[in-house]
Each structure stands twice: as C-alpha cells, then as structure tokens.
Design a protein around this ligand. Sequence first.
Ligand SMILES: [Zn+2]
Length: 279
Amino acid sequence: MISIRVLPICVVLLTSPLAAEKAEDYGLDEAQVKRFAEARVPVIDFHVHLRGGMTVEKAVARQAVTGIKIGVLRNLGKGWPIETDGQLREFLDSVAGRPVFVGLQVNDRDWMDKHASDLLARLDFVLADTMIMPMPRDDSEPVKLWLAEGYTIDDAEAWMERYVRHNLRVLSEPIDILANPTYLPPALEDRYDDLWTDTRMRRVIAAAVAGGVALEINVRSGLPHDRFIRLAKRMGAKFTFGSNNFDDRPINMARCAEAIDRYRLGKDDMYSPGAPPGE
Ligand SMILES: [Zn+2]
C-alpha cells in the first residue's frame, strides 16, 4: 500500500515544526495528498504569506503534510513589509535555497520601475490583486477596497466600469498571477451575478490570457465564482490555487481537489513557473 514516494514525507513529518498536523486538518484525505504529491496536475498554493507566525520552514513542512507545493511571498509597496531594495534582498536571501517557490505580492502600480531588476529577476513569480484602487477617480489616491469606511460608491454600474479598467491595468503589469479575481467590495458583494456580467468577465479573462497571467482559485474567499472559472477555462486561461493566510494555522484546501474534478483541470490548465525547486 505504501509507495516509495510516501516514505520521505513521513521522515519530514517526524522532524517538522508541524509534526502534529495531519492532512485532515487541511480538509484533505490521504488519497488526495498522495494524488497531489504525484503531481499529475501541479497543485501549488502560490499565496502563502510569511506573516502571523508563518515561516518558510513551516511552509516546507506543510508541503509534506498536504502534498500541495507552496509559493511563499511577502507584500511589496508603500506601507507594506517590503518597501526598499535592501528589504527585498533580505527577504530573497532568507528564503534562498529552500524547496519552495518565492514570490512577491505587489500592491503599488509602479513596482516594476522602483526595484532593481537583478533582485526582481530572482523571483519565481509575482502576484497582484485588484483590491487597492484609486477612489473616487482614476487620479485619486488608492484605497484598500476591503476597508469600507474609507470610501463610498454612489453608482455601482459606473464604478464597475472603472473597476474593470483597473483590473486591465493590473493585468497589463509583468505579473504572473491575479489573486482573488472578481473581488467585489463589501458594499457590492451581494450583487456579484448582476455586476459581473459575462461581458465584463470576458474583458478581464481576455486580458489575463493575452498577458500570460494566471487566475487564482482562492481556497478561502470562494473567489472567483463558478461561472468565471468555466468561462476562463473555455477562453484558455491558466489557473493557480491560493490560500492567502494571515497566520500559520491550517487552512481548508478542499477547494483544490474540488476544482480539479469539477472543472476537469489538467496539467495544461495550471500555471507553473517550471520544475519545483529542490527537485
Ligand atoms: Zn495576499
């Protein structure tokens, strides 16, 4: 029953900082872990923040528990953990040589001009979302859309048109992954099907496909919804998984297996920056 591939996982478990954790803590069973580890379809969580007690060592151990490979990242931008090239270098050095993918979540729209290209070249991937947007106009200061008290939306339809343009701007950057696609702010989230028309979805997906940007299937937020994923697959988009953790506690990863089965995601549907490091 026990294959050769399972043995090194057990060895890692005995010595890992997550020694007490089990696949079921992540909403997975042993068969799924084995299936993920065998990587018929690359299953990679590219949205593991090193924050709230999460460390690269724990990320490596988590890979062994879940069979899901990990991309670790930190936020880059004004007011975020990494603002300077010195801090960027320190981060890259701190995770160098570990068997995980290494990325950044970019929160300002001029990140590609602000940092040394030799440092950016050391990244396996760059992830961005659309959740920070200038309000109320395109030339206004950006606001964090999840902080609802910071702004108002008077006309939802007009805002959606601006928001789709904002999506296209983010997708035009040299990024690899769009996190939390089709995110809507708290005031509009119950109007998802009404505001995210097929036409608007198609504009976002077409830009992602054209720019070679993969679309995250987030395991915590439920974004994007079923209709978007089906449309994106038909339009030839690539997908990734993301958990967007705030701490080091286990996260239910069941959506990975569900999405692979429901949308029949194969190797060619998934984004991968090359062979997993350390293999
Ligand atoms: Zn994030």
